[in-house]
Design a protein around this ligand. Structure first.
Ligand code: MLT
Ligand code: MN
Ligand code: ZN
Length: 319
């Protein structure tokens, strides 16, 4: 399996219909957590350093995937989706306002992952939306985002059932898996709110497999069981430390309490990930306070010294 990196849209931005090798391609449209980096109201050390050029700015959490480079699927729709599409020629529209965007898949109902649906409201033929019944319910009755969107364009909901494979167009298959979370406050009480999933994506021809897991509170044995045969894992890198926001005086909650496994510490992801045996691991959904955003920080060196990577906007991964 050969890995290739590109900084921009070059290999995937070719004309529609161009023959490719038949490998799944994932493009990181946005590598930051909610708020982006820097965040508009944040003067924390990392936001301040990013403003002065110590690392690239990052838009909010979303990726695009395709197996044929003609039909694309967004996983999560960030409020920055408009600029993310403009930055990626493979997603540009045709003269008749049809576009290569086939559908949006959601991992959860967080605002950073769903506000972008409203930015897609001009969709002429409607939007195709893959989400679990729990996420659909939150969008309908919790955030109210779905009824607002449906006043602009039809939305065709396709229910995501964890553990059940789905065949997406263009030779891409996909299976959601449950990601247990105790985070409920923003969604409502009970098990039918706040559900989070990860997606395992496989190229039906090459067998290349990626796992996209932008929100994970604990690496349970069930989640670890999704990794065999996966060549690349893109995983929640929200906070470096569990008490990152508390120490900075910016929030009263730890990373775990917000539904995100921290990177550092004896039971942090950096310590646990090697046992999963995945060839390539990339941190995504990076909060603006996380020092790994800075290219010359000691924390960034620790991540890279462990053979893991820090995503940036525009990163492309082929398997
Ligand atoms: C989270 O995952 O906790 C979010 O980034 C929160 C948000 O969207 O503001
Ligand atoms: Mn988020
Ligand atoms: Zn900040």
């Amino acid at each position: 399996m050969e890995w290739r990196w590109t900084a921009g849209p070059a290999p995937s931005g070719g004309p529609a219909g161009e023959e490719t090798e038949g490998v799944v391609l994932l493009r990181v449209l946005g590598s930051a957590a909610g708020g982006g980096s820097p965040q508009w109201n944040c003067g924390c050390p990392v936001c301040t350093a990013v403003r002065s050029g110590a690392g690239p700015a990052r838009t909010q959490s979303s990726v695009a995937v395709s197996a044929d480079r003609r039909r694309w699927f967004l996983i999560n729709a960030s409020p920055d989706v408009r600029t993310q599409i403009e930055a990626f020629p493979a997603l540009h529209p045709r003269e008749d306002r049809t576009t290569p965007l086939e559908a949006v898949l959601l991992t959860d109902a967080e605002l950073d992952h769903t506000l972008g649906l409203l930015m897609l409201r001009e969709a002429r033929a409607g939007l195709s939306l893959y989400a679990t019944p729990a996420v659909h319910k939150t969008l309908r009755d919790g955030s109210g985002l779905l009824p607002a969107l449906e006043r602009y364009c039809p939305v065709q909901w396709r229910a995501v059932v964890p553990g059940v494979g789905m065949s997406l167009d263009g030779g891409l298959s996909c299976r959601a898996f449950d990601v247990p979370t105790t985070k409920r406050s923003r969604f409502g009480p009970g098990e039918d709110h706040g559900r989070v999933v990860g997606y395992r994506l496989t190229d039906e021809r090459s067998g290349g497999t990626l796992v996209y897991l932008p929100g994970v509170q604990a690496l349970t044995p069930e989640i670890a069981a999704e990794m065999p045969g996966c060549q690349c894992l893109l995983i929640d890198g929200t906070c470096w430390r569990d008490d990152e926001l508390v120490r900075l005086g910016l929030a009263g909650k730890t990373s775990r309490e917000m539904g995100h496994l921290p990177i550092d510490g004896p039971d942090g992801s950096l310590a646990l990930l090697p046992a999963l045996g995945v060839e390539r691991t990339i941190f995504v959904h990076l909060n603006n306070t996380n020092p790994i955003l800075l290219e010359d920080s000691p924390e960034r060196r620790v991540v890279e010294g462990s053979g893991m990577e820090v995503a940036r906007d525009g990163l492309e991964v082929e398997v």
